[in-house]
Design a protein around this ligand. Structure first.
Ligand code: SF4
Ligand code: SF4
Ligand code: SF4
Length: 320
């Protein structure tokens, strides 16, 4: 009997669905044992029956449910609840589903401020009133999936890697739960570390890192020690892959492209506070974290749901 899979996309960009297709050849081995019973990106399955005759939002029963994207409006909330009711095991795929992702940066603002910025006070289009007809109401903030329904497995990353999706699906077929180890990206990074920054300043990754082409990774200095903000110390490992030649070490995905880690795999463990931990990591190599002026947003870039990013209280109005 094939394993029935239902997949849903909520507040997304579509990149996580591309990752599923990017599994490539291993997907061909998986397809005979998987039966996709619901997947809006591939099939036109209607929530209320094919002719709209249903009275209740329904998703076919499935062994495994995969949700990408966070939850921003009432419709997405209902779909997440229907997925939970229909699926025995529910996976959150991608950083948006696991922690809110980039859209959760909007959680720094109140809903009314967002409407003001995007519609009423728009500077790039004709200002318009707040849309109210035939649209699902927005929630006050963007939620990660587990703030609305129980989640059984998390596959983070923006997008995640095809290898991890294949590993999670294969594990489920074999009855093995999927969980990433509680290690940091730095733990899987082969660059040279001297535990001291070479200068006193922290730069954005606009300046390229210094590296020696075709030399072993041990000859490239840690990006953060070069003064380039890299979130490897506070980000969960899982994106590293080995090189194509035999004996080449595993290297984190962005580091392999000579770019610093931006934190897309989220905190190393549940309950960790990357903002505080990153300030400690910078201080430990002699850098002053206060140089990163927008650190609240930057260090919570992919993880703003689950109450990490909220509107700041307004300062009291001065008395006359
Ligand atoms: S995690 Fe990244 S790739 Fe996936 S839906 Fe969100 S923004 Fe897109
Ligand atoms: S800070 Fe970045 S470059 Fe340095 S070891 Fe960690 S992941 Fe690698
Ligand atoms: S290096 Fe960091 S930002 Fe890049 S894929 Fe890995 S976890 Fe994500």
């Amino acid at each position: 009997m094939p394993v029935k899979v239902a997949e849903e996309w909520l507040n997304i960009c579509g990149g996580c669905e591309v990752t599923i297709l990017d599994i490539g050849e291993p997907l061909l081995d998986l397809l005979p044992v998987l039966q996709f019973v619901h997947m809006p990106v591939l099939m036109d399955h209607k929530y209320f029956g094919q002719t709209g005759e249903g009275a209740k939002l329904e998703i076919p029963q499935a062994d495994v449910g995969i949700i990408t994207g966070g939850i921003r409006n009432e419709k997405e909330k209902h779909v997440a609840e229907a997925m939970r009711n229909s699926c025995k095991t529910l996976m959150a795929l991608g950083s948006c589903a696991c922690f809110g992702g980039i859209p959760a940066m909007a959680n720094m603002f109140k809903l009314d401020e967002l409407f003001e910025k995007v519609y009423r006070g728009s500077k790039t289009t004709d200002p318009a009133g707040t849309p109210s007809e035939n649209l699902p109401p927005l929630l006050e903030s963007l939620k990660a999936v587990d703030e609305v329904v129980k989640v059984d497995a998390y596959i983070p990353g923006c997008p995640t890697t095809p290898g991890l999706v294949a590993e999670a699906l294969t594990g489920l077929l074999e009855g093995k739960p999927f969980q990433l180890p509680e290690r940091s990206v730095c733990d899987e990074c082969p660059v040279k570390r001297e535990k001291k920054a070479s200068g006193g300043t922290i730069e954005r990754p606009l300046r390229g890192v210094e590296f020696k082409q075709d030399e072993p990774w041990e000859n490239t200095r840690c990006f953060m020690e070069q003064g380039i903000l890299c979130l490897g110390p506070v980000t969960r490992a899982g994106c590293a892959t080995a090189g194509e030649l035999p004996g080449e070490p595993k290297v984190p995905r962005c580091v392999k492209g000579y770019m610093p880690c931006r934190g897309c795999f989220g905190p190393i463990r549940k309950g960790a506070n990357p903002l505080v931990d990153m300030m400690g990591a910078l201080t430990s190599i002699g850098l002053d974290a206060k140089q990163v002026t927008d650190r609240r947003a930057l260090l919570n870039r992919y993880i703003g749901a689950q109450n990490r990013l909220r509107p700041l209280p307004q300062p009291p109005t001065p008395r006359r």
